[in-house]
Design a protein. Structure first.
Length: 121
């Protein structure tokens, strides 16, 4: 039985990753070419780009860089208020429809019981 060798994986610094991502984002530059020039696999660069975009590109699990939250504009808050109002309205309508369904089920049971009683006599 053969033994498996543990592979050595290169670890890159946060500065290296960020620099690679920024280089690959430049206009007219292909990410594949940047990865080739840096001697890394293109998939690794794409993963770093995604992590950078999500604000979770980090050198290790304990140190994370987060992007600042986007500033809320007046239009955003107004849209949010309208959406919340609409949600409340729809929740009320849903509750009303659910109540109607319960009543209709009870009526169906009542009338089917009445029909059974009428057919027996």
């Amino acid at each position: 039985m053969g033994l498996t060798k543990k592979k050595h994986y290169e670890s890159y610094t946060l500065a290296f990753k960020v620099k690679a991502v920024r280089e690959s984002k430049k206009r007219g530059v292909r990410a594949v070419d940047v990865a080739k020039a840096l001697g890394i696999h293109p998939v690794m660069l794409y993963r770093w780009r995604q992590e950078y975009k999500e604000g979770r590109l980090s050198e290790n699990k304990h140190m994370q860089i987060k992007a600042p939250p986007p500033k809320k504009s007046r239009e955003d808050s107004d849209a949010l208020k309208r959406a919340e109002t609409r949600i409340k309205e729809l929740e009320k309508r849903l509750a009303s429809k659910e109540e109607e369904v319960v009543i209709l089920k009870k009526a169906k049971r009542f009338f089917s019981d009445q029909r059974r009683k009428d057919t027996r006599s």
